[in-house]
Design a protein. Structure first.
Length: 142
């Protein structure tokens, strides 16, 4: 199966995913809303599952004690957030789904921080929905 590629708006940061993703999810937390300008739509990828080129145009911002965010210094595009907290999921990326060159074939399967979602936001269809407490319990190992 072919890998997926993506980039920032200006094309100076590009990436290749090692495996074809199957799904993406939405995060409604305040940090993701501010970083993405709305609802963060992301694809979960483990650290060895993505290769960025070139890395000198990719800036990192430590957004909390347990996560950091990557963006292009040229155009400002949000590229990912990465989990920095110790544990099984340490290093996991949420790659901005909109930065993919082609989103065809991906299923929208998860929403997190649903207890922070603005009341005017509603997606059609069924998917897994998790509150902040549920997400933090999962990230912190239980």
């Amino acid at each position: 199966m072919a890998s997926k590629t993506g980039s920032c708006l200006c094309g100076s940061v590009t990436y290749t995913l090692a495996e074809e993703p199957k799904a993406y999810g939405a995060c409604h937390c305040g940090m993701c809303r501010k970083f993405s300008g709305g609802i963060e739509l992301g694809i979960q990828v483990m650290p060895d599952g993505v290769k960025f080129q070139p890395t000198e145009t990719l800036a990192i911002y430590e957004s909390s004690e347990w996560a950091e965010r990557g963006f292009c210094v040229g155009c400002g595009s949000s590229i990912f957030w990465r989990l920095t907290a110790e544990g099984e999921m340490e290093g996991m990326f949420s790659i901005a789904a909109g930065s993919l060159d082609d989103m065809s074939g991906l299923k929208f399967d998860t929403e997190v921080y649903v207890d922070h979602k603005p009341s005017s936001h509603a997606f059609e269809g069924d998917r897994t929905k998790m509150t902040e407490a549920e997400v933090l319990a999962m990230v912190n190992g239980g």
